[in-house]
Write a protein that binds this ligand. Structure first.
Ligand code: FAD
Ligand code: SF4
Length: 477
């Protein structure tokens, strides 16, 4: 008889949706041991291929069962620099857990019975953090002292910086914002990603010798070519995909129609949830509609609902999505949490027009009902609007969360860096090198919006290629 999966402890929905405390509390030691003991230790562990960076999942789970938590930590760290972060945000149900043999065949995402690999990873990551476990620093005498500039301090930039710093390379990270960590800090709310974890990881990088320069927009504050003049031998671009997409429907420019990026940045980076203690305000509607079905939409809706409750407004926040819940790209966990907290879902709905009042403030959303058609290029069934099915929803605050595109601030002034039709940087997939020698790239700026672990996987590959590039550079001189 297979053992039952161990659920992770969580704050109760009613309590947690009144503030920004972390929702998922993680496993205790006993719970981690019980969950790890469910692993079948397959001869051919499919889960490893399901992880974008190929963590030896079978091995680290075995080490947990042997109570060798430090060993498990170092097994994970061979491939993943930030297990505390990935254990919290990885969409494991589409990655390692989906590939687990305990997932039913042809299931669109992991079955409940699949091993909770991400919670085990989080347990081990948190153990490593608490115990102050450190991976070996292996300065490479040949390239020690050479300098690399990293642009952007999101997961891609931080991962690349860490990999190179461990080799003794002098790394400086240039970040446009005043704070580090990219989407992890300005997008993902505190209740999913506690800031002390980000601060811990960044402090660790600083202790490795990584220098971080905030408020520095590469392409505006300087020019990419300045890096070479200033003595950097290579550059890594981890620019992310920070430009929001819009629906392109009438009325989208009315007051109180936000992009999810602006809304989340105000709330999470500028602490608008604690206004007026912090200076940045954010408008809070009585009837909030969040358009989209990804992680960004869930985060925006759950923040909006919290703000309503914290402001003693009767909560009324609704996700509006063109397809059904099955096709939603958001993590299953977040969809479940949003529902438990009281976020409503209006599915198979295509927004057509925002309608405003005489002062220019949004008041309603006119939409069409949809049905599902044939699968599109993404493999998901396409929403088909039903003519004449118009209806209106009350809406005094709308948040558009339908995707993000490449930020072209840097690439528009460096045409020598080849980009594709979406503005994403084109790289050699083996080395992550761009069309400019010595300039590498990874993360969401390559191939568009992805996941944290994918961004880190690309950065790790780039760091390895940068090392090889530095070797060759030295050979020439
Ligand atoms: P980013 O995190 O975007 O970081 C890029 C950094 O570069 C930013 O700090 C930016 O300010 C800086 N920058 C840009 N241009 C310049 C310049 N010219 N000069 C200097 N600095 C510059 N993924 C998951 O795996 N799980 C999740 O649960 C999840 N939730 C998400 C929720 C939201 C709201 C969003 C928006 C995304 C989410 N994602 C999630 C996706 C994930 O966050 C991204 O795939 C990941 O952050 C990409 O990392 P990156 O380093 O490429 O880019
Ligand atoms: Fe799974 Fe993500 Fe951990 Fe890989 S990094 S094992 S995909 S949770």
């Amino acid at each position: 008889m297979p053992k039952e999966p161990i659920k992770t402890r969580e704050l109760a929905a009613e309590k947690r949706s009144r503030d920004f405390s972390e929702v998922v509390l993680g496993y205790s030691e006993e719970e981690a041991l019980a969950e790890a003991s469910r692993c079948l230790q397959c001869k051919d562990p499919k889960c490893i291929a399901g992880c974008p960076v190929g963590i030896n999942i079978k091995k680290f789970i075995k080490q947990i069962t042997e109570r060798d938590f430090a060993g498990a930590y170092f097994t994970i760290r061979e491939k993943n620099n930030f297990p505390c972060i990935c254990g919290r945000v990885c969409p494991a149900e589409y990655q390692c857990r989906k590939a687990c043999v305990l997932t039913k065949k042809d299931s669109p995402f992991a079955s409940e019975a699949a091993i909770n690999i991400h919670f085990l990873e989080r347990f081990i990551g948190d153990f490593g953090m608490k115990e102050g476990l450190k991976v070996n620093i292996e300065p490479d005498k040949k390239i020690s002292g050479l300098r690399v500039a990293v642009v952007g301090s999101g997961p891609a930039g931080l991962c690349c910086a860490g990999e190179l710093a461990r080799l003794g390379v002098g790394v400086t990270v240039f970040e446009a914002l005043h704070a580090t960590a990219g989407v992890l800090r300005y997008g993902i709310p505190h209740f999913r990603m506690p800031r002390d974890i980000l601060d811990f990881e960044i402090d660790y990088l600083k202790r490795l010798g990584v220098e971080i320069v905030p408020n520095f927009i590469v392409g505006k504050t300087n020019d990419l070519s300045d890096f070479l003049k200033e003595g950097f031998q290579a550059v890594f671009l981890g620019l992310g995909a920070g430009v929001p997409s819009f629906l392109g429907v009438p009325g989208e420019n009315l007051c109180n129609v936000y992009s999810a990026n602006e809304f989340l940045t105000r709330v999470n980076l500028m602490s608008a949830y604690a206004f007026p203690k912090f200076h940045t305000p954010v408008n809070i509607g009585k009837h909030v509609l969040v358009i989209g079905g990804g992680n960004t939409a869930m985060d925006a809706a759950r923040c909006a609902l919290r703000l309503q409750k914290m402001s003693h407004i009767e909560p009324d926040t609704t996700i509006v999505y063109r397809r059904t819940e099955v096709e939603m790209p958001a993590r299953r966990l977040e969809i479940g949490h949003a529902k438990e907290e009281g976020v409503k879902f209006k599915l198979l709905v295509a927004p057509e027009e925002f309608i405003g009042d005489e002062d220019g403030f949004v008041k309603r959303l006119r939409s069409l009902e949809c049905k599902l058609g044939e699968p599109d290029a993404s493999g998901r069934r396409k929403p088909v609007a039903i003519e004449g099915s118009d209806f209106e929803l009350d809406c005094d605050l709308a948040i558009i969360a339908i995707g993000l595109k490449a930020n072209k601030v840097l690439t528009s002034v460096t045409p020598e860096i080849k980009t594709d039709k979406y503005g994403d940087v084109v790289v050699n997939p083996q080395t992550m090198e761009t069309s400019v020698k010595g300039v590498f790239a990874g993360g969401d700026i390559v191939g568009g919006e992805g996941t944290v672990i994918e961004a880190m996987g690309m950065a790790k590959k780039a760091a390895f290629a940068i090392k090889e590039y530095l070797y060759k550079l030295l050979e020439k001189h």
